[in-house]
Write a protein that binds this ligand. Structure first.
Ligand code: ADP
Ligand code: MG
Length: 700
């Protein structure tokens, strides 16, 4: 077909009516290039269809026919949508559970093609939750096709079904593919075992084997990730040119002095991360490193090591924690370790009075403080550092991307060469996926993992019980407490509400009931700092047996003697949160128990609690969480400001992502601005996609 190019409007393609062109436009497809980039989301093997009367039982079958009746039946969560399909030879019953909305899509009189597992029912054959497709303008008799063709199934709309899209694609594919230029050369493709770009599109739209779409998907997903990673690394190279950080070399002497202050030997896993950070900090380029490690893996001392390295070089360091409670605790334990040294420590939280804050800010700016530990309060404008060299952000999942940026801007005036002084940044998290994965992408972070727990930990036993067992749980807890163990009871809210166990209610209930006579106290976010510190101190030293708390204890609280945590209304908490809460116990040598009390009302809620019982690894749970919730809008969200990934799935394609990361890093190392003779195509494509979002326009 002469005259068709990638920029030909679809309205000008022979056979596309105006109405059709509008329907395409509603899908965001205006020209041939966009249509070719509109990829099928799956391929369906088309078996020659068998008449319904001859369908096999208990087999995956395809059939089509006319919908003769539909209804929604059942109640609430049991709600189902039913349809009856006839093809002249027999009757097939279709049932979809939890998809009552199908009533809006499927109606009597439509021709439907379905695929799924057939089951024998009293009345005849049935398919549950069949895949389905509406067949337009065709009689069922015409549907029998050649054997085993792979048919692309496109994201479609009500006005435009997959078949109609397919028809137009097939018409333009030949001339369109002839125009597609590859930005990767033949050697590169061979090395990476990737098909040519035009071939990948052909494999997607007109596959000749089952393997082709798989190969094509790999190429296109890799491309997307490579473009993104090239953008990330271009940005990094740009930062290298524009920013500067103090070189903090870790000498043996400094290392020994720091380690001598720690109350324990670092584990191998910690040691590895400490070294990785030290290598970063020895460069005059601001480090940007994520340290991930499960709850209790010992991230704090790893950060402290870096902070003390900054102090040893005469600079300042800051650590930001998401709650005042956690900041207070970090300050207390760091003060303990540094007692008798000349390191000057300050604690800055929202609990400081304005006068205290002003005087602290002045001391920080004068360089009279070496280590500052605080909350968001650190980010206020009045806080300026004399020479901030290391900024640590603890439990980063609790902070926004923006807040991380602010703390990095807390440095002083440009250096002589015009580069802007910026501290080395270390962010710590126990929640690796999915947010972290996303941040790794656009935050241009290096990642280290503390993949082992310190020695002497005993695994935590987790149980999930219904409300009817609540009495038994507290009866058992009483015997534990009477033996001198310590426990947390966690509730979702402070005040009485209709649905959830509240702090007040639970306190009342325990004090006058199962835990009567034992020493119980409450902590929550509304307590004054002194009161909270007092209560925590008493719990730590064993003067309180049981602490009833809201999620203020979620992160960081570290009392090794606590052995039991009971979580009320557990279905109200997210999986990551439950795991964090559970991490409050199992920190000492005694065996610990986590009891989840709850009545999940959704499948999801139940799945979360069951996952908690099944696994004690934060990494496993994070993956499970992603499975339960689905990958969602991780990426193309408006917040991220990035175009969505169309093919790649950050979760499923982690290995491709890793490969793209490495390749892009090496590529930009070789060619920091992508200005080589053969790079203009790739450069144009990267800038078009990410130039604006990453602020790369200036190298455009
Ligand atoms: P997280 O990674 O959850 O922030 P922490 O830094 O709070 O973990 O450490 C958890 C507990 O383990 C703390 O009591 C800490 O003192 C202890 N700890 C950390 N590293 C070691 C180690 N190498 N050996 C023994 N105990 C350690
Ligand atoms: Mg911590």
């Amino acid at each position: 077909m002469a005259g068709i190019t990638l920029t030909t409007p679809l309205a000008d393609v022979p056979g596309v009516t105006r109405d059709r062109a509008e329907a395409f436009e509603a899908l965001g497809l205006r020209n041939v290039g966009q249509l070719v980039a509109h990829l099928p989301h799956r391929h369906q093997k088309e078996h020659a269809e068998t008449p319904i009367a001859e369908l096999a039982e208990n087999a995956v079958v395809s059939a089509s026919g006319e919908v003769t009746a539909v209804r929604v039946a059942g109640f609430g969560r049991k709600k189902r949508f039913e349809a009856v399909l006839h093809d002249g030879s027999g009757r097939l019953d279709l049932v979809w559970f939890n998809m009552a909305y199908l009533a809006k899509r499927i109606g009597a009189g439509m021709t439907l093609r379905v695929q799924g597992k057939s089951q024998r029912r009293s009345g005849g054959l049935q398919i549950v939750n069949a895949r389905w497709e509406i067949v337009e303008d065709e009689a069922p008799g015409d549907l029998v096709e050649s054997d085993d063709r792979l048919r692309p199934i496109y994201p479609a709309s009500e006005r435009l079904d997959s078949r109609s899209i397919e028809e137009v694609v097939q018409r333009v594919l030949g001339p369109a593919l002839a125009e597609i230029e590859d930005h990767l050369d033949a050697d590169y493709r061979r090395e990476h075992e990737l098909p040519e770009l035009a071939a990948a599109y052909r494999y997607m739209h007109a596959p000749e084997s089952e393997h082709q779409p798989i190969e094509a998907r790999r190429r296109l997903a890799y491309d997307e990730l490579l473009m993104l990673q090239l953008a990330v690394h271009l940005k990094r190279a740009q930062r290298r040119r524009e920013l500067v950080a103090p070189r903090l070399e870790l000498t043996d002497d400094i290392d020994e002095r720091i380690r001598g202050r720690l109350p324990f030997e670092l584990t191998e896993a910690q040691d590895r991360v400490v070294r990785a950070i030290a290598a970063d900090l020895a460069q005059d380029l601001p480090a940007n490193r994520l340290v991930q490690g499960d709850v209790g893996s010992g991230k704090t001392v790893v950060a402290l090591h870096a902070m003390l390295l900054a102090v040893a070089h005469g600079h300042q360091a800051a650590m930001m924690a998401p709650t005042a409670l956690l900041a207070e605790q970090h300050a207390a334990s760091i003060e303990d370790m540094l007692r008798g040294t000349s390191v000057r420590i300050a604690l800055l939280t929202g609990a400081n009075t304005p006068a205290e804050r002003a005087s602290l800010a002045a001391r920080i700016e004068e360089g009279e403080v070496d280590l500052v530990i605080g909350t968001h309060a650190l980010l206020t404008e009045s806080v300026r550092f004399q020479s901030l060299a290391v900024a640590v952000i603890d439990e980063q999942h609790r902070f926004g991307v923006r807040q991380r940026a602010v703390i990095r801007e807390k440095s002083s005036d440009p250096a002589d060469d015009g580069r802007l002084p910026t501290p080395h940044t270390i962010v710590m998290t126990a929640t690796p996926i999915p947010r972290t994965l996303a941040m790794t992408l656009f935050g241009d972070l290096d990642v280290s993992t503390i993949d082992a727990l310190p020695p002497g930990r005993t695994p935590i036993t987790t149980k999930f019980v219904g409300l009817e067992k609540r009495g038994d749980v507290y009866g058992w807890l009483r015997t534990k407490l009477e033996k001198g163990e310590r426990a947390y009871v966690v509730v979702p809210t402070i005040d009485d509400t209709n649905e959830d166990a509240s702090l007040r209610e639970v306190m009342r209930d325990l004090e006058s009931g199962p835990l009567e006579g034992l020493r119980i106290a409450a902590v929550h976010g509304r307590l004054k700092r002194d009161t909270r510190a007092h209560v925590m101190g008493r719990f730590r030293s064993g003067l309180i047996d049981c602490l009833v708390a809201t999620t203020v204890i979620e992160v960081g609280v570290d009392v090794p003697e606590a052995t039991v945590i009971v979580i009320e209304s557990a279905e109200r908490f997210g999986l990551a949160q439950l795991h964090q809460l559970r991490g409050r116990v199992g920190r000492g040598e005694k065996a610990s128990v986590c009891v989840l009390i709850g009545e999940p009302t959704t499948e999801e809620g139940r799945a979360r609690l069951e996952a908690m019982v099944a696994s004690s690894s934060g990494f496993e749970l994070a993956e499970k969480d992603l499975q339960i919730r689905g990958p969602g809008e991780l990426f193309g969200s408006r917040q991220s400001g990035l175009p969505p990934l169309k093919v790649a799935d950050l979760f499923r394609d982690r290995q491709l992502l890793e490969m793209a990361r490495r390749d892009a890093a090496a590529w930009i190392d070789r060619s920091p601005e992508l200005r080589g003779d053969t790079e203009s195509l790739v450069r144009r494509r990267v800038l078009k996609l990410y130039g604006e979002a990453f602020g790369l326009a200036d190298i455009g």
